[in-house]
Design a protein around this ligand. Sequence first.
Ligand SMILES: Nc1nc2c(ncn2[C@@H]2O[C@H](COP(=O)(O)OP(=O)(O)OP(=O)(O)O)[C@@H](O)[C@H]2O)c(=O)[nH]1
Ligand SMILES: [Mg+2]
Length: 202
Amino acid sequence: MLRIVDSFYVKSAVDPNDYPASAYPEFAFSGRSNVGKSTLINLLTNHHGLAKTSGTPGKTRLLNFFLTRYRIDDNEETGFMQFTDLPGYGYAQVSQTEQEKWRIMVSKYFEQRVQLKSLFVLVDIRHPADKKDMLMLEMLRLREIDHCVIATKADKIPKTKQAKVLQVLARDLGLGDHPIYPVSALKNTGLDKLTDFLESRL
Ligand SMILES: Nc1nc2c(ncn2[C@@H]2O[C@H](COP(=O)(O)OP(=O)(O)OP(=O)(O)O)[C@@H](O)[C@H]2O)c(=O)[nH]1
Ligand SMILES: [Mg+2]
């Protein structure tokens, strides 16, 4: 089992020239504004306040890079991987110009970040399949970027309804046989599936 033992904020960047030079395997977090990306990074790293979270959507506007040190099982050796908190999309108050900047920034990241191992696409478990998420998933499939879908805020839906809701979401998002992992930052549930996923992609 993989465990993150240390984590640091490295830097924020817009242009590829400013990305951290390190070549560690990297995982990025994307999804609509306010879906819980920064919260999930804090939970995975067990580092409260590492990524800035907010009740107001649109808090994260740059690519934020974090370095984490992990341990697998009881191995003495530790390894490094990076997390990137991508700015959220779909926030209505954001101007067309800002949206275009976002599109270019994220597009460059996908094109140029060669150590990107996989992308977590976060969706809110309460919301039906969203057009912007579908576009993102379509783009990932076209570019053949490995990814996995996470349903956040699982605590907002009764446990008995979860399986059905996830099944419908998976169908509407066109995931085929790929699973959606439900997580709750509030209840601290679902994390083990994500750490298994990280380990499988290292
Ligand atoms: N109930 C519940 N609330 C959550 C959960 N995860 C995140 N939140 C709340 O959702 C809000 C947004 O969380 P953030 O982590 O800042 O969201 P984000 O996706 O980083 O947002 P942007 O940076 O604006 O794109 C905060 O008020 C969090 O406390 C969860 O699992 N359950
Ligand atoms: Mg954020």
